[in-house]
Design a protein around this ligand. Sequence first.
Ligand code: MSP
Length: 533
Amino acid sequence: MNRVNKTEETFALTTPLYYVNDLPHIGSAYTTMAADTIARFQRLLGRSVLLVTGTDEHGQKIERSAEAKGLKPQEFCDEIVPNFISLWKLLNIQYDRFSRTSAPRHEAIVKEFFMRVWEAGDIYLGQQKGWYCVSCEEFKEERELLPGNHCPIHTNKQVEYRDEENYFFRLSKYQDKLLALYEEQPELIQPASRRNEVLNFVSQGLQDFSISRVNLDWGFPVPIDDKHTLYVWFDALLGYVTALLEPDDEPTLEAALKKWFPFDIHLIGKDILRFHAVYWLAMLMSAGLPLPRKVFGHGFLTKNGQKMGKTLGNTIDPVALVDSYGTDAIRYYFLKEIEFGKDGDFNEVRFINVLNADLANDLGNLLNRSLNMVKKYCGGNIPLVISEDITANNPLKVIGLNLGEQVKNAYETLAFSQACGATLSLVQASNKFIDDQAPWALYKSGQQAEVERVLYAVLESVRLAAYLLSPVIPNISSSAYQQLGFDIDFNNQIASTIAAPYDVHAQWGLLSSEQKLGTPQPIFKRIELPKND
Ligand code: MSP
């Protein structure tokens, strides 16, 4: 089955479907903030975007978490899921679909997919022996284990030995096809370090993997044998596909795949790379479906070097962070400070310093002082200057003219930190330009035309910076834009896409004297460092 309608104008991406064993934490928020940033950027490019997120609700891990709370698994999931939804709202995530794997229509999709793979001859009954980590929902090689049979990721959990009859997926059959695919599409798995990891893993030989369990009730029955429950990962990955159904669609693969499939990006953390870059691709090949364009495995947020997580209990509460510092601050810090793809340690002092330096001192101050100077020296109106009036060697024009392209490239390659860093360099250059040019002195000596050229260049640069940062800090950017006289809210998807398309607004020189400036207001308040008594 080939995709029918997918065009260049559509862009579909996914976050992982999060386990609901506990409340969402900052690690789950991280992937979702990045995905939302990509979605917002793609919308500015004029594409029609579908952002899929959701929850992965089956399997032993959830079954046990529910049991510990004395709840039925479904009740337990129903209690946890609203916390994800409210956190996404708090973080200003504009998702289009929230896929829950316990949804009845998901079962229909899973069944149809399973039967395709079964009919392709890729499923058989066998005996599974080995060490299982319930927290990872994954079998581990004995050599990977830490002393005392502990999981290398969930270091506080012991793996469990299993020896049972399971259905298997014939992954080994796809080794050569996968290797050929990685070769043909070198961009498929990113960043490069993750691609190498996958290449190594697959080149060493692939073993078939079990896709059913016998001592588990919480999941879908295997369509051909209801004594078995389908392995959580087999059903979870298909949650992406179910998410593509329109509310009124019949739950069939044909309906799900008609518009958005295949996905442009699966955004995931590095711990679930194999599932996406090996198992999922082979499953899709077996079912005869087209493959995603990109699988990007980002790094871990760590605390004192260890992965933060629900199982390890060393995480930070994102709700508390937002309460203390605001949504844009959180989004900015994680996307700017951690190179996407690498691990990043969280440290509150560093967090505060970065926000104060970039958002309060550099960006906020620039907007504020330039608006105030325009008020003082230009009667509060944007100077009657156009880009052509500014000399080609003006340092802000030099940076500004290339910045839109540079930042586009950064967002397209998911280099958020670079996108923010490059934009900030224009902001910093603007502050320096004001100091060097000293418009107050030019004004005093009667050089009005020069004052106006300087202030136009500065205002235009702060506008461009606000625009380019809008996928990351939409609230701050909207406030800056409104102060600069635009009636644009970057949280209003349709209006901002139509009123502020990238090919127009990412160009330096857009600001026009016809606009009326708004009232200057601080866009980001300095944060005080907590005192250590
Ligand atoms: N349910 C599976 C995914 C199924 S997708 C069809 C799962 N869920 S999870 O809740 O455990 O993790 C979801 C994502 O959050 C993973 O991509 C994981 O890497 C990410 N993170 C969890 N802890 C994290 C950090 N400490 N840092 C960064 N990302 C982290 O796996």
